[in-house]
Write a protein that binds this ligand. Structure first.
Ligand code: ZN
Length: 1002
């Protein structure tokens, strides 16, 4: 639809439906799509078609935290750890760019640029704006950070890209919009990232790291540049992304590094002085350029002239690059066919596009990444498991905060509970997506800083959430959010005899959860909003939880009951102590032969206490299932030739993991709501096998740590599930929590793998799930954070849960990964795996919604005080639940009158007979308290109108023609979603006050 078109809705004259464009929202002309005469591709320098053109790309790679915190890097603090100061880099580059209009620079990490920009005076800001408008300073990638690709969830990646790109749009208009994705450093590349970049409108992607065998094959075959077909569901070219492998990682060619951090000789061009070297520099460079050209298809090559935190003294680089260009190009008069120019990745990409060649098509991903036969970067898939979980949990909190900011209106930012905001958390989450943040590859003090930022971000959200709940419920009671429920700590439920619990559900369908609250009483009565009694049970807090809390004075019991909450809304339950009740029965030490509810039966081996089989009672499927815990003994790598396991690299010293224990000590809790078999394997490994009455999945809650290292063995702890499923080496892992990829042991789809690490070389990242299957049975494991996983035998799945290492792996972090925890004895980590046993044909019908529930959890708000006399106890922000195939991915305030909405079809094509169908959503009938008065569709990153999104089309060796984009929406406000499609809208809304009773449902 064209921006600015006006449609009168069927609702009648009062509801004029505007498809608004920028003036309506108050955006300056050109904000999203204006085409400045001098930036973008139009600003690219001239090239020489008959020559080899060498695109010299001055750049800096600025990690948003790694060896130092993000702020230490910005200021150049703690230079004793690493000499790096981003503020000086930007100061120096801006000064140097002004000296010569031919000079170019790209900047990538908006999280840093934002810090610098707001400290500049208006004169400097004007200069920078002009440099941007003339394409001399070009933003590339443009997310808040350069996200990790193995351990991030797509939801948080989209958010961090949106945040960075919006700042660039706000600040520079269309000239600030990056054309190229630039993931030069992440340690392997996810297909879903490529798909997202394509949907964000990028014309291409360049990266530096790929498996060394893959790279050798690509060099040999001149296949360093390709079209990545990044979705099996979206029709080409929607998820096609031109992808280029850079020749030297992201470094300059050897001998040509002229930063103050480098030691290469400068160009000495005065023949009167000593060591004149122009002739040898030119000769050397021409050799390197011609050699590089032999690996690529066109007469254009790219050289990354920069590296980590370079250009702090940009004069050194530019002075030598000026000379290099001058002296090499001077050879053209003597017949040289090599032409050097200052350039950018987008200018290089434009030349590749102009070459009009056919490119190979890639459909798998770039995991795992190895830089040598024993150097698989598969350890970081699991490194810092607590930070990985905290990041994922915080994503859920951010989505709740975003939604309630919309639903609560302006009062949510300033109200009875104080001032709150969502930006602080949005920025903290964006920083946490960096490839040395959630990846777990940073120093310990930096990991602490990321966690602190997340906590601070939530502290800013808390008043906002409380204010919004007050607006929607009418109750001004103090809300308390208990974020330590995984260790049964929550002061309100522990200390009060009478309290209430509000359950906020961020999903677009009604969901039921089992809630566990720490309490000190023995019996409670629980009532729902209509006053009906809700069945509840009290069980003692487990011995294991008491151990890891190191407690005196915490709750002794847990109150368990089932809650339900409406879509994008809440329900409030009343809870009061029933006095003088007998203490709950303690656990029984006798393992039952099985536990079951109406859906599942789990049997246990009476000798060992281990799970022995799993039966789906609805489908009458049964598989043998033995599950236990093991650890790989980490290689210590005493010499250069022997690689150690570390924060990045997983290298066990044997392919056979060691058993923690062949049998578990058992304690059993069984009541009408939940059955738990608590298994103790060792002082540092335990698990609860848990089945709730209403649940179609089995929950395995594992607790690992402190991992003992007194025996001088670094340990990489896994759980392994050995089943009777005939999976023959095939297994399936998700990509950033979205589409699934097929994996085959010891195999790569695009080259002949010479396998040199039988375990580590078969590990892949999982962000939300993995599964194995045969004709009858599929076992799907849904996880609560990103982890490494594999299948090394038919029927077997293994997931790495925690790792503690004694050596550094020589990839730069300079610390062994040995998280000390609070007490310096080693970090204890707890998490959950959810198991589903289904027929393969209906597996997605179960694992898609289950994973959605794992990612977006309900927020529990407790109120100690007596409730306001007549509060609303139930509310839904939607008029009705969305269809099961649809996920409400984003609902957040964009500006005063508009919100950003993303709707996602969460099923793949052909994945589900029931749900892999096109669905239609009526945006006007979406919200209960908001009237949608205007809608405009954006690209995925919300930095361009969808209709203005024009990308390069690329010819592929497979020869098929790209399909035209088919208009499928029945009307402007009825939008269709096809499998795996995400659609992004700016909605202009008006609030319906007072809140209709139907919305409150109370
Ligand atoms: Zn980096």
């Amino acid at each position: 639809m064209a921006a600015g078109a006006v449609v009168v809705s069927a609702m009648g004259a009062t509801a004029v439906f505007l498809l608004f464009c920028s003036p309506v929202l108050g955006f300056p002309a050109g904000y999203f799509s204006g085409d400045s005469a001098s930036c973008g591709y139009k600003s690219c320098p001239a090239t020489r078609p008959s020559m080899l053109n060498v695109h010299l790309v001055p750049h800096t790679h600025d990690d948003v935290g790694w060896l130092k915190t993000v702020d230490q890097y910005y200021y150049g603090d703690r230079n004793n750890i690493q000499h790096a100061g981003v503020q000086y880099i930007l100061d120096s580059v801006v000064e140097q760019l002004q000296l010569d209009p031919a000079r170019r620079f790209i900047y990538v990490e908006t999280g840093f640029f934002y810090r610098w920009w707001k400290q500049q005076n208006s004169a400097t800001q004007r200069v920078v704006t002009q440099l941007v408008n003339e394409g001399r300073l070009e933003f590339i990638n443009g997310g808040w950070c350069m996200s990790d690709e193995a351990t991030t969830h797509y939801s948080a990646v989209i958010d961090q890209m949106t945040l960075g790109l919006r700042f660039l749009n706000d600040t520079f208009g269309a000239c600030g919009r990056p054309r190229v994705a630039w993931h030069i450093d992440p340690f392997g590349h996810a297909r879903e990232h490529a798909s997202l970049f394509a949907q964000m409108g990028y014309d291409g992607l360049f990266f530096g790291r790929l498996d060394y065998q893959d790279k050798a094959r690509r060099i040999k075959d001149k296949d360093m540049e390709m079209v990545w077909r990044a979705s099996a569901s979206l029709l080409p070219p929607a998820a096609d992304l031109f992808t280029g492998v850079l020749p030297n990682g992201y470094n300059p060619p050897p001998g040509f590094c002229w930063d103050q951090l480098c030691n290469d000789p400068p160009i000495r061009d005065d023949p009167d002085l000593e060591d004149y070297n122009v002739d040898s520099v030119v000769k050397n460079f021409l050799e390197i350029a011609n050699n590089q050209a032999s690996m690529y298809k066109t007469n254009h090559i790219i050289m990354t002239m920069g590296s980590d935190f370079q250009y702090e003294n940009a004069n050194m680089w530019y002075k030598n690059l000026d000379k290099l260009i001058r002296y090499v190009n001077a050879q053209q008069s003597k017949g040289s066919q090599v032409n050097l120019l200052y350039s950018t990745p987008s200018c290089y990409l434009q030349e590749l596009h102009r070459a009009n060649l056919s490119w190979s098509v890639k459909t798998d991903d770039f995991f795992p990444y190895a830089d040598g036969p024993h150097d698989f970067w598969t350890g970081y898939f699991t490194s810092r498991p607590a930070l990985k979980r905290y990041e994922r949990l915080t994503n859920s909190l951010l989505q709740v905060c975003n939604q309630l900011e919309v639903l609560g209106g302006p009062e949510s930012r300033r109200g009875p509970h104080g001032e709150g905001d969502s930006e602080t958390l949005r920025r903290a989450m964006a920083v946490a997506q960096h490839h040395d943040a959630v990846s777990g590859t940073e120093k310990q003090h930096v990991a602490n800083d990321y966690a602190k930022r997340l906590a601070t971000g939530w502290a800013h959200c808390e008043p906002l959430v409380s204010n919004a709940l007050t607006t929607l419920s009418g109750s001004e009671n103090q809300q308390t959010y208990c974020l330590n429920l995984n260790i049964s700590v929550c002061p309100v439920s522990e200390g009060q005899n009478k309290f209430s619990l509000t359950v906020y559900n961020p999903l677009s369908r009604s969901v039921s959860w089992a809630v566990r609250l720490p309490v000190n009483g023995s019996r409670y009565s629980v009532s729902d909003p209509s006053g009906r009694a809700v069945e509840s049970q009290v069980i003692p807090v487990s011995k294991e939880t008491r151990r890891i809390r190191e407690d005196k004075g915490y709750a002794v019991n847990e109150l368990v009951f089932q809650v339900e909450a409406p879509p994008v809304g809440f329900r409030t339950y009343g809870i009061s102590l029933v006095p003088n009740s007998p203490a709950p029965a303690g656990p029984s030490p006798v393992a039952p032969p099985f536990i079951e509810n109406q859906y599942l039966r789990v049997t246990f081996d009476p000798e060992t206490g281990l799970v022995s089989s799993l039966t789906n009672l609805e489908t009458k499927q049964k598989v043998q299932l033995k599950q236990n815990f093991y650890w790989y003994n980490a290689s210590v790598g005493n010499s250069d030739s022997s690689q150690a396991s570390g924060a990045y690299i997983f290298r066990p010293n044997s392919s056979t993991p060691l058993l923690v224990n062949s049998a578990a000590k058992i304690q059993v809790v069984q009541n009408s709501l939940v059955q738990e078999v608590q298994q103790q394997f060792s002082p540092w490994v335990s698990q609860v096998v848990r089945l709730y009455r209403e649940s179609r999945h089995l929950e395995l809650e594992w607790t690992v740590g402190p991992i003992p290292v007194e025996d001088s063995c670094g340990k990489e702890v896994i759980t392994r599930l050995d089943t009777s499923i005939s999976s023959s080496g095939l297994f399936y892992t998700d990509s950033n929590g979205r589409e699934m990829l097929e994996r085959l042991k010891d195999y790569r789809p695009t080259w002949d793998l010479k396998q040199s690490e039988p375990v580590a070389g078969n590990y892949y990242p999982i962000n939300s799930r993995l599964y194995i299957k045969d004709k009858e049975n599929q076992l799907t494991v849904v996880t609560d954070r990103s982890q490494g996983a594999s299948s090394l035998q038919s029927g077997s799945l293994e997931i790495m849960l925690h790792r503690r290492l004694l050596r550094d792996d020589w990839r730069g972090v300079g610390e062994p990964l040995s998280e000390p925890g609070d007490n310096n004895e080693g970090l204890v980590v707890r998490g959950r795996l959810l198991l589903l046993l289904t027929p393969p044909a209906t597996a997605a019908d179960a694992h898609r919604p289950l994973s959605e529930e794992m990612v977006l959890q309900p927020l529990l708000a407790l109120q100690a005080a007596q409730l306001h006399p007549n509060p609303q106890l139930e509310f839904s922000g939607l008029q009705a639940a969305l269809p099961p195939a649809v996920h409400l991915l984003t609902m957040s305030q964009w500006d005063q009158d508009s919100m950003l909405l993303r709707l996602e079809h969460q099923f793949e094509a052909k994945e589900s007979e029931t749900h892999s169908q096109t669905v239609t959503i009526n945006l006007q009938k979406l919200f209960s308290t908001l009237e949608v008065v205007g809608v405009s569709e954006m690209n995925l990153a919300a930095n361009q109108w969808k209709d203005d999104m024009e990308r390069f089309d690329w010819k592929t060796s497979t020869g098929e023609q790209p399909l035209p984009r088919a208009p499928t929406d029945p009307s402007p406000w009825e939008v269709t979603l096809k499998p795996m499609e995400i659609r992004t809208f700016l909605l202009r809304t008006q609030r319906r006050w007072p809140i209709p009773r139907t919305a409150r449902q109370g």
